[in-house]
Design a protein around this ligand. Structure first.
Ligand SMILES: [Zn+2]
Length: 473
């Protein structure tokens, strides 16, 4: 809390137009923040505010005020004026940005300064440590080249930790074949990337008869990695001759400017660095803080950010097991941990699935059902109008590549059963495809993110602001 009070008083409030005004209006002073619960005095920040005026959240330093900082005066006496100027540049000059993947909304730009890049690298090195990496490992980063957190987090994690890493840019830059070539050449210990893309690459590697026995870790990010997906990735690694492989999901979002890893224990949760920021879990309905271990929405407050800064930022992400404190039973680190699976409520809203066949369909649930079905290797949900007539009913077509060694009848029966048991809808048809067909349909390598849900309803029938091609992060 001392760190938060200093950070607010010395860095955020003097230089952030948004928070300067907000704290003044609420007559809120950093000195009032004495304990974790008193954070509730600070109003939430939202994605909507950020989209409306991203610039208001960027720290705009005022030289005169900076020069009055006690640390500045001390530094000027010790190192001279030029060194002080250099320090301001490092701390406040915008150097790069990342943005959220725009789907139905405009992407919101998020600014990094030199100081932020240093923090990104520190957080990255911790991801490496917690995942159990060693410097003599060889790694391939398959995140797409893009102004997205996932790619840059992986890149800086490698340089800061000091490990050999090739960044292929994923499928869009080199295609599946290009990624396979690097796997053959490097015989890597670690693959890093998005679950659906890594699945396709590993599947193709198995199909081509490749051996990759050194593989010991698969590190996932950029989208959710449900248990079923992790199990399938591990099974593919086994087929490549890799016996013991840790499949490790990470969790991050643009506004955190960092990602949090899981250690190789079973469901030990995402390990959060408490010196770099504060994570709260709140009741999404009331906004109140929840006790340890209660499912709720993840709220983020940084302690080291410059550039774009958000306080008590509501992510819209629900963590199923809440946050827990104390020592991790597997790795022994004393860090807060977010336990369980992440569901992104923003995606449900963006998809407008409430329009589907007149029932509210929880897309997160649907996804868990499909990812966890052992008969399904890959899938795509297609929504269209019956006979392509805009006035007709919505239809849900499920495209599936089934796992080897089960019949179409068995897969169809299992899927119908799960759908009825767990969701309020059922597919109008289930169509089976080959791996190659699925890759083409999902746009693997062609699109930045694989298309797991496509909306083929005629435009006039869909809500006005909705795009016809829905992609899912
Ligand atoms: Zn741990």
């Amino acid at each position: 809390m001392l760190k938060l009070r200093r950070y607010l008083a010395g860095t955020v409030l003097p230089f952030s137009p948004h928070y300067h005004a907000l704290f003044a209006d609420a007559d809120l002073r950093p000195g009032l923040l004495r304990d974790f619960q008193s954070l509730e005095h600070i109003p939430f920040s939202s994605k909507e505010q950020l989209l409306k005026n991203a610039r208001a959240f960027v720290l705009a330093p005022d030289e005169a005020a900076l020069k009055r900082r006690p640390s500045t005066v001390a530094r000027a006496l010790l190192h001279g004026r030029a060194a002080v100027q250099e320090m301001f540049e490092h701390e406040f000059r915008p150097l790069m940005l990342t943005s959220t993947t725009g789907r139905s909304t405009e992407p919101a730009p998020f600014i990094y300064t030199g100081h932020d890049i240093k923090v990104l690298a520190t957080a990255g090195a911790r991801v490496m440590l917690i995942c159990g990496a060693r410097r003599d490992m060889r790694m391939i980063n398959m995140f797409p080249f893009a102004p997205h957190l996932a790619f840059w987090q992986a890149h800086y994690a490698g340089t800061e930790f000091g490990v050999f890493m090739v960044s292929t840019g994923g499928g869009k830059a080199l295609g599946t074949e290009g990624n396979l070539r690097f796997m053959r050449k490097l015989d890597p210990d670690v693959l890093i990337g998005m679950p659906t893309f890594l699945y396709h690459v590993l599947r193709a590697a198995v199909d081509s008869g490749m051996r990759c026995a050194r593989l010991s870790k698969i590190v996932l990010g950029g989208e959710k990695a449900p248990l079923g997906m992790r199990r399938r990735l591990r099974a593919l690694c086994n087929e490549l001759g890799a016996e013991k492989v840790d499949v490790l999901p990470t969790y991050g979002f643009t506004e955190a400017k960092m990602a949090w890893p899981q250690c190789p224990g079973t469901d030990t949760g995402y390990h959060v660095s408490p010196d770099l920021g504060i994570v709260e879990v709140i009741d999404p309905a009331t906004g109140g803080q929840l006790p340890e271990g209660h499912p709720g929405e993840v709220v983020w407050t940084p302690l080291e950010a410059r550039g774009s800064v958000v306080l008590r930022y509501r992510t819209g992400d629900i963590i199923s097991g809440g946050i827990v404190y104390g020592v991790c039973p597997y790795c022994g680190r004393n860090m807060p941990r977010l336990i369980g699976e992440i569901s992104r409520t923003s995606e449900i809203r963006e998809m407008r699935f409430d329009k589907l066949k007149g029932t509210l369909v929880d897309f997160n649930l649907l996804e868990h059902v499909l990812d966890n079905c052992e008969h399904v290797a890959t899938w795509q949900v297609e929504i269209r109008k019956s006979h392509d007539d805009p006035l007709e009913l919505d239809e849900l077509i499920l495209h599936v590549r089934k796992t080897d060694g089960c019949t179409e009848e068995a897969a169809r029966e299992a899927l119908h059963e799960r759908f009825v048991a767990e969701t309020e809808t059922r597919p109008n048809a289930i169509q089976f495809h080959t791996e190659e067909e699925m890759r083409r349909m999902q746009g693997v390598g062609a699109a930045l993110k694989e298309q797991r849900v496509v909306d083929h309803r005629p435009r006039s029938a869909a809500p006005a602001e909705e795009s016809t091609q829905l992609t899912h992060a």
